[in-house]
Structures are given as structure tokens and as C-alpha cells.
Design a binder for this molecule. Sequence first.
Ligand code: ATP
Ligand code: MG
Length: 556
Amino acid sequence: VKRLLLRALQGAVWPRASQRNGFDTLSLQFFLDDLRISTNVRLFEDIRALGTRVSAEVRKAVLIDGRTWLDRAFVVNDWYISAYQPISDSFGERVGMLYVGFLEAPFAEAKRAAFWWMLAAFFAVLALSAPVFLWLARGIFSPLERMTKVMHRVGKGELSARIGRVPARDEIGAVAQHLDWLLEQVQERDRQLRSWNDALNQRVDQRTAELREANEKLEQTFRQLVMSEKLASIGEITAGVAHEINNPVAVIMGNVDVIRQTLGDNAEPVATELALIDKQVSRIEVIVGKLLKFAAPSEFSDCEHNIALRPLVQDCLVLVDHLISRGGVEVHCAFEEVPPVRADSGEVQQVVVNLVVNAVQAMQGAGRLDLHLAEAERAGVAGVALSVSDSGPGVPDDLLGSLFDPFFTTKEKSTGTGLGLATAYGIIRSHGGLINLRSKKGKGTTFNIYLPASAKEIVQEEEFSGEVMKGTETVLLVDDEETIAEVGQELLETLGYTVLPAMSGKEAIEIYKKNKDEIDMVLLDMIMPEMGGSETYDRLKKINPDIKVLLSSGYS
Ligand SMILES: Nc1ncnc2c1ncn2[C@@H]1O[C@H](COP(=O)(O)OP(=O)(O)OP(=O)(O)O)[C@@H](O)[C@H]1O
Ligand SMILES: [Mg+2]
């Protein structure tokens, strides 16, 4: 039975090597209590190790504790993988043990062989799979490498760099495609930014130019403002002085007339002296007139008419023709059709003549004179622009601000009074116009005049007959200046009029109330202390709305 059991076990556990070195690989032993009573393990030849005992440790675990003992064990001369199991009798008493042991060596050998086999298989698989893995890895790494290179190029500023088509159709291919799309977006944004930048730069340039232009205009306006402020204050003083001079001059003139009228034919011996007085008085009148025109306060300016500038400028050229042709000044005129302006033709003529004379004098007789007349607009108001340019030496920068000052001249006292441009300034300003100049040293000078256009038709001026009218009517002469009043009275009486003098507005009103029916006309001085001319006029007008009043002033 034991042999059969052994064979069966051996066949099951170790089928191919049941024997090793003449020994069984499988050992089967029975113990009665701890005494070996049956074994197939031989000590040598045919002698078996019967009658020997198990170790106390095994005995305790199996026989006393009733456990199965599993462990390596060195039996005779070999290591076995062994197991002891308790055997119980029909009463459940542990009476012995069954031992089964497998020789460990074949196991260890099989384990080693398996290990080497597995190692060999591992390397074989490794050797076989390496090229496949490398091939697969290249599929991953080459697109990544391309991506890295492209990113590097983009980083250096080459925004058009793209990864392009990637053979991989997996996530890497999708990433590459997505990256290309992102780069496309970046390039587009960059393009947009650049175009915005260009547009912005353009706008900045434009704004800078506009600012510069505005600044220039501001500076020009500022200069003009300073000049007009300065000239306005000079003008006020001038007007006052001229007024003070005008009255004595009027007295002198009136008295000379009275002397002439009184002497009649007897004036013959002093005719030369009287003529001399006339001439000098006229000279004073001319200068005072010029000064007043410079001051040109609007209420004292001469009456204005609608005039055509083109014939007026042409007339001016005729007036100065002798100067122009003397040295051979080349004159170029460009006159366009222009609307009429509301101005005093004599005054405007005076301005133009002065500008042309100045230009000819500056060029010292020879050069090129350009006159240009065109329609113009300033601050939305239509008008006419006249420019007078010369090829003369120009005006030094430091003198530019003084040119319009009264009595500023670089000419000799006999040639220039320095009132030409001051007068021109006053006249143009009183007409609501503008005058300025552009000049560079050595590059000639251009004077520009702007006059606002008038809406009305041009009217022809009536010719003055030149005859002194005499009359018999009664005149109320109102003037606070005693001498003027006296001279006026005498002059009017010489001419046949009856004169009622009044020294103030108050007195005038009283006299008028008393002699209302007799008085045909009132001669009224504008500037008087207390009640001025205009107030007196208003009161007189209330007494008689049809009253005829001639307002006069020492200013003109
Ligand atoms: N076209 C010009 N080129 C160079 N300098 C000029 C020109 N026009 C005027 N000037 C300068 O401006 C100064 C003032 O001119 P303005 O006409 O006021 O007086 P004037 O010509 O000297 O004397 P007036 O005109 O009273 O005879 C001149 O003395 C001259 O120095
Ligand atoms: Mg002049």
C-alpha cells in the first residue's frame, strides 16, 4: 500500500524525475508517536533510517498542538521540502504522524532553469521589441522636435513659421495642428496690431501737425493781440493829443479866415504870409489827420461806402507810377473778381499807396512787386484779401514787432515820418479788417490785408462842387471851447448867418426852448464836459423831433 501510495504521489508531483542519484525524490514516512516506523529514505545501500525520532520542535507542533508542519528539512544528505501531519485513531487521539517530503534540489534546479529561461526570453523580447519601440517613439518625438524648432523660430520673431502636416493622426497630430492654428492667430493679431500701430502713428503725426499749426496760429494771434493792445493804448494817447492840437489849429484857421474876410482886398500885401500860415496849418492838419486815422476810434471814422477794390488798387498804381517806373520795378498783378468792401476809398487808397511806396523804397527802386487780390474768408466771414509782396531785403526779426508803431522808421526824417504803417493799421482795424506781414531777412516782405465784404451794392460817390454856400438862417452854436465858439460865430456871421452861442449842453437846451421857432439848425460839439453832445442831442430831439442838428468833433 505504501509503495502504491508513494508511486501515485511521485507520479503526480514529480512525474519526469522520480529518481535522482538512485534515491527517490519523494519521501514518504510514517511515525508512531514521534518514532519513525516506515520510510523509503535509505541511509546507505538498503539500510533505512527506521527507529529514529523527529525533533522535539516538530513533535510539539504536530503531536501536541495538532498542527501541520511545513518547512525545509535536511534528511540524510539532501534538503527536502517537507510536511508532517498528525494521524489520529478512531477516538481522535493523535497516535502518529505522516511525513511527505520532496527533494528540494530538482525544484531549485527547475527554478534556476526557469529563471534563466525567463531572462533569456526577456532579452529576446527586448531585442525584438526595441526596433518596434524606436520606430513608434520616432513617430512621437519627430513631431515634438518639429514643434520645438518652430516655437524657437517663432520666439526669434519669425511669425510665419509653421509645423505643417504631421503624419501622426493621433493626439500629437491634433496638438501640432492646433499649434499651427494658434500661430496663425498670433500672426493675424500681430498684423492687426501693426496696422493699428501704423494708424495710430499716422494719427499722432496728424495731431502733432494740427497742434503745431494751432500753436503757430496761437502765437500769431498772441503777437497780434500784443500789438493791438500796444497800438490801442498808443492810439488813445494819440487821439487825445490830436484832439488838443485840432482845436488850436481850428482857432488859427478860423482867425486867418476872419482876417482874410475882414481885410478883403487890403489883404494883398500880406498874401504870402497868409498863404504860408495856410500851408503850415494844412501840414499840421495832415499830420494830425494821420494820427487820428491811426487811432481811428470807430465813432470818429469817416463815413464808409461799398467800394470795389480792384479799380482802387489799379488807381493806386497809377498814383505811384512815377516811383515804380523810375528804377524799373517789375510789377505783377493777379486780380481776381472780388466782392465789394465797406470802406472809405480814400483811406484804403492811402494804405495801398503806403504799402507800395514802402516796397519800392525797400527794394531801392529795382526788383519785383507782386499785388494779389482774391476772395478770402476769416472766421466764417467772407471778405477780400490783398497782398503786396516785394523782393526787397526783408525786415530783421527784432524789428518785426515795431513796424506798426507810430513814428517808427528806418528812413531819414525827411523821407519818412514812420506813420505810414501805423495809419494803415488804424484804418484797416477801423474797417473791421486785419493787416499783418511775413518777412524773412533777405527774402522779401509780404503785407497781407483782409477786409470783410459788404452785402450792399457799390454806390458812386457824389462829387463835391467846391462852392462855399452862404445863408441867412439862424444857427444855435454849441461848443464849450470859448475860442472855437467865437471863431465859429464870427465865421458863420461872415457867411450871413445869425448865431446864437451856447457854452454847454444845458445852456443850449434853455436857449433852444426859448427860440425854438427861430432856430433853423443846431451846430453841436460832441465832446463837452457834464452834458455831452449825444445827450444834448437826445434832449433837443425830444423838444423837437424834426430838429436839424450837425454834430461836430475836434477828432476829425
Ligand atoms: N516792404 C518793406 N520792406 C522792408 N522794410 C519795410 C517795408 N515796409 C516798411 N518797412 C519798414 O517799416 C518802417 C515803417 O514803415 P512806415 O510806412 O510806417 O513808415 P515810413 O515808410 O518809414 O514813413 P512814412 O510811411 O510815414 O513815409 C520803414 O521805415 C521800414 O524800415
Ligand atoms: Mg511808409
